[in-house]
Design a binder for this molecule. Sequence first.
Ligand code: IMP
Ligand code: MG
Length: 172
Amino acid sequence: MKLLISESEIKKRVKVLANKINEDYKGKIPIFIGILNGCYVFMADLLREIELDVEVDFVKIRSYEGDSSTGTIKFRKDISADINGRDIIIVEDIIDSGFTINFLVNRLRNSGPKSVAVATALFKNEVAKLDFDVDYVGFEIPPEFVVGYGLDYNEKYRHLKDVMVMEPEDIK
Ligand code: IMP
Ligand code: MG
């Protein structure tokens, strides 16, 4: 595996994103909705730099098997919060094709939130096809398969502190 983004670069960038959110949502109480499993590291880091009153919830969605998208969404856990009239910030580990995030944004919009924003640690901007702009992007990355910082290959490597590119010979 090859290093793509180091722990210290991530730390700096997460602070910048959190400061922007602190400014943008001054006086508001947004609900952060994380997409499990991948969001958990980024969500924990981001939220501990937030100085607002916030609420936290999660959805669990799966679209990937191994190193590629299946093109179908499996919804494993829905939100518990009532989001009607609320400001929502969706937290994602990575936007690849954009399939997952498009699906979730459209689904949440049906429940009448006041606003929906998206924060993602990583963004494969060359491949993503989105119906909206991503508000908070950690890093734009090339269209390669990465692991670490919450991201897995068949549920492994989520605990790595850096973002690593998997070499083709690592992907069986
Ligand atoms: P999308 O629906 O194609 O945008 O993919 C979104 C989901 O696929 C993410 O939430 C990840 O769980 C997974 N995914 C996409 N690219 C990668 C990658 O490079 N490494 C690990 N997981 C990925
Ligand atoms: Mg994910």
